[in-house]
Design a protein around this ligand. Structure first.
Ligand code: MSP
Length: 501
């Protein structure tokens, strides 16, 4: 089955921070995993460049919107390189192909009778680019705020509407018949109760500014930025031409703040345009920084580029997906990061690899011993590991996949200590060699399964293990490496860092 994975497209009002890197990284692991499983993958990311918020950011920077977008979009493109992201496509909503797709979708919705012209009067938060009902707001010092904390302003203007009110039952039926469409389940419940409380028609055009995709046939209007933005997922596949191969999308990965757009508006737009809804929308949680909300005003946003410079790319990739159950909120702290790296990468995995490979150098003349019968370590902890990890990743449970792998690493460390292959050299050399071969087999599986999370470091580990390039995939794990392979002397792959005082 071809797999299509997407990140949200990022607003170009501000430069990238670790929250953006997080969403993209999660999708990168999925894409790499499924490629390694031999599946055909298309992985899309990009930038969301229209709307009032971006128009204002450009004005604040005293730049023309397009030049401003070019500059910030490039920073997001550069981030994919910094983070080792394997995206197949990068989309910008200011591209001609996207205007074409948005206008085609609009015409289709119009032809199918889902759009009418009216008048919008209500609350709007530019920061969220979202409309809110009076009942959702709170007031402080005479200013009204959306639940997200964004200030709202009263908007009154002519507007086209999408007949969202007609989609409530169809959406609820879709959620019922596709119980895994929205994950985690707690988020699914939130969305369902929101839909049950009744949907209003959605304003899908604006007239009070011009930085957007023009509404076909009515140049006074630009499209509502979320209709424009969501369409990116089909633009990239070639819409309005046929998009059968990768559609419906496998997973739209989003943060919890933008779930409503993806789980309510988007499937309604798609069904209204005779297209299938995506298979899954996964809403992940938010990072705070050392216990505080990440914000521009606090100036505590973490620059992923600096983080990677300081700790190394794979360490950062590992930490972000290991530390917090995916779907929940988490706190980023340097102490937690360093503790994880020291205990799990350097002590646990690093030592296992070093001890095993050094002993093979010394006791086996630097050659891989012949394969033997599976030992207890293999049977209990390694044989089913790829299946376990695959099952967790099928549900985007990155932390659970990593926990399963690190449980196997802990078991392998217990095994090496108990078996003491260094001592067996004198007492039972044949068994000593067999133990080392078993540990090598385990390490090969572990390094392969960790590759989507830490591609560079695991490639180096697979080099040290002597695994040929064409055997670095899931199918190849079924075939033992031949004995006699010459192995290079091992070098440590992880360093320990001092904890902050
Ligand atoms: N442009 C819209 C998405 C349109 S998709 C059709 C948008 N952009 S955004 O740049 O504001 O946010 C993109 C993603 O970054 C969201 O999924 C959001 O949840 C995520 N994050 C922003 N700050 C974050 C944290 N502090 N922690 C984790 N993720 C965060 O929304």
């Amino acid at each position: 089955m071809p797999r299509y994975f997407t990140t949200p497209i990022y607003y170009v009002n501000d430069k990238p921070h670790v929250g953006h890197a997080y969403t993209t990284l999660a999708v990168d692991v999925l894409a790499r995993w499924h490629r390694m499983a031999g599946e055909e993958v298309y992985f899309l990311t990009g930038t969301d460049e229209h709307g009032q918020k971006v128009e204002k950011a450009a004005a604040d920077a005293a730049m023309a919107p397009r030049a401003f977008c070019d500059q910030v979009s490039q920073a997001f493109r550069d981030l994919t390189v910094t983070m080792g992201v394997s995206n197949d496509g990068f989309i910008r909503t200011t591209e001609p192909r996207h205007y074409e797709a948005c206008q085609a979708l609009w015409r289709k919705l119009e032809a199918n009778g889902h759009i009418y012209l009216g008048h919008y009067e209500g609350w709007y938060a530019v920061r969220d680019e979202a409309f809110y009902g009076e009942d959702e707001l709170t007031e402080r010092d005479g200013v009204k705020y959306a639940p997200s904390g964004a200030p709202v302003a009263w908007v009154k203007e002519p507007s086209y509407f999408f007949r969202l009110s007609a989609w409530g039952d169809k959406l609820l039926n879709f959620y019922e018949t596709h119980p895994d469409f929205i994950l985690p389940a707690s988020r699914r419940n939130e969305v369902m109760s929101f839909v049950k409380s009744g949907l209003q028609d959605l304003s899908i055009s604006r007239t009070s500014f011009s930085w957007g995709v023009p509404v076909p046939g009515d140049a006074a209007h630009v499209m509502y930025v979320w209709l424009d933005a969501l369409t990116n997922y089909i633009t990239a596949l070639g819409y309005p031409a046929d998009i059968p191969k990768f559609w419906p999308a496998g997973v739209h990965m989003v943060g919890k703040d933008i779930l409503r757009f993806h789980a309510i508006y988007w499937p309604a737009f798609l069904m209204a345009a005779d297209l299938a809804p995506p298979r899954r929308v996964f809403a992940h949680g938010w990072w705070t920084i050392e216990g505080q909300k990440m914000s521009k005003s606090l100036g505590n946003a973490i620059d992923p580029v600096k983080l990677v410079e300081e700790f190394g790319l794979d360490a950062v990739r590992f930490f972000l997906l290991r530390e917090v159950p995916f779907g929940q909120d988490g706190d980023f702290s340097r102490r937690a990061l360093i503790q994880r790296l020291n205990s799990e990468l350097a002590d646990s995995l690093g030592n296992l690899a070093n001890r095993t490979l050094s002993l093979i150098q010394r006791n086996c003349e630097a050659r891989l011993p012949e394969p033997g019968a599976p030992d207890a370590l293999w049977a209990e902890h390694i044989a089913n590991l790829a299946t376990t990890v695959g099952n967790h990743l099928e549900l985007q449970q990155f932390h659970a996949a990593l926990e399963a792998i690190f449980a196997a690493i802990r078991a392998a460390n217990v095994h090496i200590t108990e078996q003491a292959p260094w001592a067996l050299k004198k007492t039972d050399p044949a068994r000593g060699v067999a133990v080392l071969r078993g540990l090598h087999d385990a390490l090969r599986v572990i390094a392969t399964l960790l590759t989507p999370f830490m591609p560079t470091t695991m490639a180096a580990m697979l080099d040290q293990l002597g695994v040929p390039e064409d055997a670095r995939n899931l199918a190849a794990l079924a075939t033992p490496l031949p004995g006699g392979l010459a192995l290079p002397p091992p070098a440590p792959l992880f360093r320990k860092l001092d904890l902050p005082a």
